[in-house]
Ligand binder design. Sequence first.
Ligand SMILES: [Zn+2]
Length: 364
Amino acid sequence: MIGKARAAIMTAPKEDLKIVEYPLPVVEKGCILVRITCCTICGSDLHTWMGRRQSPVPVILGHEIVGKIVELGEGVEHDTGDRPLKVGDRITWTIMDNCAKCFLCREKGMMMKCRHLRKYGHDSCAEPPHLMGGFAEYCYITPGTCVIKVPDNLSDEEAAPANCALSTVAAGWEALGLQPFENIMIQGAGALGFYAAALAKHYGCKRIIVTDILDHRLALIRRFGATDTINVRGMQEQDIVGAVRDLTGGFGVDAAMEVAGLPSLIPTGLRCLRIGGRYVEIGSAFAGANFAFDASEFVFRQLTMKGIHNYDARHLQMGVDLLSLTRDIFPFREIVMGKVGLDDINEGMRLAESGEAVRVAIFP
Ligand SMILES: [Zn+2]
């Protein structure tokens, strides 16, 4: 295929992204060329753009991507779920391309930590095939990527955040091992919090307690299944812990998840757990996220804490299934609160960074 693709590249943190053109790559064996129909701006795109975390440059940011297949490389006939693929099909795919052969992929089952990992929207775009990020008209999908066909009942903007925000929450969910009728606390009513609440409701949790400092986000998350919301602005830790215990028969929650990206919330979250409770940390995806906690509480109260970064292919499928099965129950379509074209990408980035919109979608 001969042609060009426009892409927005970042050349330095805090500088406006620039539109450039790259030649469309020749589609090699095992690869797929996709016309991007939608890419949502993730919190980690903003961390990179604002220099809060390191990235090679130039880079095409954006990894929460949905697109239509333009060309299938030799040998690509099915998606990861063995569903047949053809030109024109709408797909999403894992944020990572992994080798499936290294020690971490094969022996330890941690594809997200592959020793030869490549991530869409994270690696330099200086060399061909260039088109490895979402803020562009096309994306080139390489053979180590798990591709999933998007069900017809989902809109592009409903499906786009599935391969990062939602899949990561699904991985965290699995790590918490929640059972029906257990109680969960979710710290943070952003995109990840909305997905976590919906998962908790869908799985049959009893109390789904959410903390945040923005009333309008707490109001919205109730529609995603939260049973109790606490605006913790100005509250003392002991009062937050007291409120959570009051909601859970005096014991505390069975499990909690931090998805606000504020390490200062971790000690409070741990203290809201019941004896034997489990805690998953997702939000601190940047260096320097320190917190202080008395380790004897882990011992005496038998707490468990686990970090989650990215996910496995099954979590993406779980996320897509959740969206498709429950889209009439939960208002996933309202997570995208701003929409821009590729030429207005910088406006979109600023809107997302302001925190006014949970997600901003780019339609390249
Ligand atoms: Zn992301």
